[in-house]
Design a protein around this ligand. Structure first.
Ligand code: BT5
Length: 326
């Protein structure tokens, strides 16, 4: 077992044990290594911000966890699966987790490899735009995927991921999150999450795909763009980022497996129900020229079906929706 696995197991035992003390002897028996080794890793975890009390004769007790998204904090309690159960790379600060994941994928990182950062100095949106990533303010994570699929199925992956984020938010907060096609999650009409999918592809095969997820969790409104919000701003509550990421990974693991086996249909039904744009008049930019019309549907490939003002039906695969101000 490496240090990551050992600390993950120690954390799992502490969490199962609640606020009670657990003896060094019991801990070493449960984990299958010496009391000296337990002490060594407990000290390491203290250095990473865990408040672990060690008392003579009583043993250890976990009083509090750091406000961090350390890899083993995310992995602790995740069931066997693919996403988030492979290697996890953690950074206090990095340029962009998507760039880091791309480099790793080029060097052969397996499906499910996860890159996490507490902050990004060059967080990216689509088409060269920026993603503001304040320290400890959000989730900045990228996942390496190696799906056996055609390039025209890729846009749907963005939608599957956005739905996973909505499901995870629902598990932890009482806010109403909706999908703004293709890659935004909004709460109270403001952007709380953006998804960035980037691929490396040959003419007829997808080599790998990097799924980048940015969620505003505990950032203050003042740290974010005007059209953005965070879970803390909406709920007045500090939200545990490692737990939220764990919920996202669980949901995505389930929905992505379904998607790769059975296609987009299950997530398509959900995406229509969660959509904030269907039935509305929209203006779409990011094409050669802006298109206006009424959003009718999200089709089997994840494209937005639009009826334009002259009555023609268009399928749009990417772009930015501008909703009229109400
Ligand atoms: C996105 O692009 O929404 C994709 C964002 C993906 C971010 C993640 S974080 C982990 C991974 N690593 C990266 O480098 N990126 C991914 P787009 O639809 O192009 O939206 C970008 C626009 O959203 C910007 O031009 C701003 O208007 C706005 N924006 C920037 N930062 C924001 C934030 N923190 N919250 C809400 N909106 C933001």
């Amino acid at each position: 077992m490496n240090a990551f696995e050992i600390k993950k197991r120690i954390l799992e035992v502490f969490c199962e044990n609640g606020k009670n003390f657990i003896s060094g002897e019991k801990l070493s028996r449960l984990l299958g290594f010496s009391r000296a080794a337990v002490w060594k890793y407990v000290r390491e975890m203290r250095g990473e911000g865990f408040a672990i009390v060690a008392a003579p004769r009583r043993g250890y007790c976990l009083k509090s966890m750091p406000d961090k998204v350390l890899g083993y904090m995310v992995a602790a309690g995740l069931d066997e699966g693919t996403i988030g159960r492979g290697p996890i790379y953690y950074h206090e600060s990095t340029g962009s987790t998507n760039d880091r994941a791309y480099e790793l994928a080029e060097r052969g990182a397996p499906e499910g490899t996860l890159v996490i950062a507490e902050r990004q100095t060059h967080g990216r949106g689509r088409r060269g735009r920026k993603w503001i990533s304040p320290r400890e303010g959000g989730i900045y994570a990228s996942i390496v995927l190696r799906p056996a699929m055609e390039a025209d199925e890729i846009p749907a992956v963005t939608i599957v991921a956005a739905i996973s984020v909505i499901d995870a938010i629902k598990k932890m907060c009482t806010v109403k999150a909706g999908l703004k096609w293709p890659n935004d999650v909004l709460v109270s009409g403001k952007k709380i999450c953006g998804i960035l999918v980037e691929i490396k592809a040959e003419p007829d095969t997808v080599d790998f795909l990097i799924l980048g997820i940015g969620v505003n969790v505990n950032a203050d409104r003042g740290e974010l763009p005007a059209e953005a919000t965070s879970l803390k701003a909406e709920t007045n509550r500090h939200v545990n980022r490692a737990e939220l990421l764990r919920h996202i990974l669980r949901a995505f693991d389930r929905d992505y497996a379904l998607f790769t086996k059975k296609g987009f249909s299950a997530s398509r039904t959900r995406s229509r129900a969660l959509s904030l744009v269907l039935g509305k008049r929209v203006r779409i930019t990011g094409q050669r020229s802006p298109i206006e019309g009424t959003a009718q549907d999200i089709d089997a490939k994840g494209a937005l079906v639009l009826t334009t003002d002259n009555g023609t039906t268009r399928r749009i695969f990417s772009g930015d929706i501008i909703l009229p101000k109400i």
